[in-house]
Design a protein around this ligand. Structure first.
Ligand SMILES: [Zn+2]
Length: 398
C-alpha cells in the first residue's frame, strides 16, 4: 500500500495564512479556555481585529461558544470563549487483519460512539465497504455530517514496497500499490488521514491517557504484530516513508525463531499476539480475539503463562534498546492485549540496568501500561484529525 502523507497543504498563501491563524486561535482557546479576545491577541501575536474576525468565523462554524464575561481592570468585563465540544467531531477507524474498530470523538475528546466489526477478508474493497458502514453508524443519531472534521484511518504498516512487506499474519492482503488515502476519501466522502497503528496509539495516550503531560515517549503497540510509536518533543516521528518504528522485525535473538519477514529471531516471533497464538496452537488452543486471551489468563492457563514468561525476556531487551535510542520519559505498552495480560508482562520484565533510563529522581516509571484499552488506535485516529484541526502547521513558510 502507498503511504500518502496527510500533511497536504493546498491553496494560496493568503488562504494558508488564514487557516494557520485560525488553528493558532483554536489551539490557544483549547489550552487557555475560557479566554477573551485581548488575551488571545496577546498570546498569539495577532492583532485584536484579526482575532475578532477569526472568533466570529469559528463561532459561526460552531467551534467556539461564549462563556460569560470576566472582570479585568476597569471597563466592560471581557467576553470569554471556550471550545464548543459538540460543535465538531472526528471519526477514527482502525483496520486490523481480522476486524475493524470505529470511534467518534468530539472536539473536547469525549467519545460519542464506538463499534467493532469482524472482517471476513481484509481486501481494499471489503475494508472500504465496512469503513462506510462504520461512518454511517457513527454519524447516525450522534452528529450531523457537516460537523465531521474528517477521519483518521489507522492501519498496520509497513507502508510501501519494502523488504518486510507481505510479512505473514500481521499485514493486510492485496493492498500493494493501493493509494489508501484516496480509497478512504472516496469511500467516506470526507478528508482522511492515514496513519500507522502504533503512532495513532501514542497520540491517543497523549491526548487522554497515561502520556498526558509527556512530550517524549514511546508506545509499544500490540496489534496482530508489534509496532512502535515514537513521540519526540510533542511531534510524532514517521520516518521518510511512514515506516519508523517497525520494532517487531528487529532481531532480538540471532538465529532464533524464523519470522515471515525472512529474518530469524524477530521480536514479533516472541512478544506479540502472533507469537501467543502460535504457542497456544501448539497446545491445541485456538485464540481469535483479545477476549479469548483474557479468558485463558483468568483461568491461569499454563500454556499462556509459559508464553508470557518467554516473551518477557526479548521484550525487556527491546525496551532497553528503545530507551537508549530515544531517551523517552517512559515506554508504554498497549493495544490489542487485555490489561491484565499487559500488567503481568510488565511485572515479568527484567529491564537492563545499563540504560540511559536508569537515573536518580525519575518521576515516571520506565514502563507503563496504556490507559485507552483496545480502542486506543481508533481513538488515536480521531485524535489526529482533531489535533490537525487545532494545531498550526508550518503553513506560512512557503
Ligand atoms: Zn520479522
Amino acid at each position: 500500500m502507498k503511504f500518502t502523507t496527510p500533511r497536504r497543504i493546498v491553496g494560496s498563501n493568503a488562504e494558508r495564512t488564514r487557516l494557520h491563524n485560525r488553528q493558532v486561535v483554536l489551539g490557544h482557546v483549547r489550552e487557555q479556555q475560557p479566554v477573551g479576545r485581548a488575551e488571545l491577541a496577546r498570546i498569539s501575536g495577532l492583532s485584536t481585529q484579526a482575532v475578532s474576525n477569526i472568533i466570529a468565523e469559528l463561532a459561526e462554524d460552531g467551534f467556539l461558544v461564549e462563556a460569560g464575561r470576566q472582570v479585568a481592570g476597569r471597563g466592560l468585563p471581557a467576553l470569554q470563549y471556550r471550545l464548543n465540544g459538540d460543535g465538531a467531531a472526528a471519526l477514527g477507524i482502525e483496520v486490523r487483519p481480522d476486524a475493524m474498530f470505529g470511534a467518534l470523538v468530539n472536539l473536547e475528546g469525549e467519545t460519542l460512539f464506538t463499534t467493532r466489526v469482524a472482517l471476513s477478508d481484509n481486501s481494499p474493497a471489503t475494508v472500504a465497504h465496512v469503513a462506510r458502514a462504520i461512518s454511517a453508524g457513527a454519524v447516525s443519531g450522534h452528529i450531523s455530517g457537516q460537523q465531521l472534521l474528517g477521519a483518521g484511518v489507522v492501519m498496520p504498516g509497513p507502508f510501501g514496497n519494502v523488504g518486510i512487506s507481505g510479512a505473514g499474519q500481521s499485514v493486510l492482503q492485496g493492498w500493494e500499490g493501493v493509494d489508501s488515502v484516496a480509497l478512504f476519501e472516496e469511500a467516506l466522502g470526507m478528508a482522511v488521514i492515514v496513519e500507522n497503528d502504533a503512532t495513532a496509539a501514542a497520540v491517543a495516550e497523549r491526548v487522554r491517557g497515561v502520556a498526558s503531560g509527556l512530550r517524549t515517549f514511546c508506545f509499544v503497540y500490540f496489534g496482530a504484530g508489534l509496532g512502535l510509536g515514537v513521540m519526540a518533543d510533542g511531534e510524532v516521528q514517521r520516518g521518510a516513508f511512514g515506516n519508523a518504528g517497525e520494532i517487531g522485525h528487529v532481531v532480538m535473538t540471532p538465529g532464533g525463531r524464523p519470522c515471515a519477514c525472512g529474518n530469524k529471531g524477530c521480536l514479533e516471533t516472541y512478544a506479540s499476539r502472533i507469537a501467543a497464538r502460535a504457542q497456544l496452537a501448539l497446545a491445541g488452543i485456538a485464540v481469535n480475539s483479545a477476549s479469548d486471551i483474557e479468558q485463558l489468563y483468568e483461568a491461569g492457563d499454563p500454556h499462556l503463562m509459559a508464553w508470557l514468561d518467554e516473551a518477557a525476556g526479548p521484550l525487556s531487551q527491546a525496551i532497553g534498546m528503545i530507551e537508549n535510542l530515544f531517551d523517552p520519559e517512559t515506554v508504554i505498552l498497549g493495544g490489542a492485549m487485555p490489561d491484565a495480560v499487559l500488567d503481568h508482562l510488565i511485572s515479568a520484565l527484567s529491564l537492563p540496568g545499563g540504560s540511559v533510563a536508569v537515573r536518580p529522581g525519575r518521576d515516571t516509571p520506565r514502563v507503563l501500561r496504556g490507559a485507552c484499552g483496545r480502542l486506543t488506535a481508533a481513538l488515536g485516529g480521531a485524535a489526529l484529525v482533531i489535533h490537525d484541526a487545532v494545531t498550526p502547521r508550518i503553513a506560512e513558510r512557503t
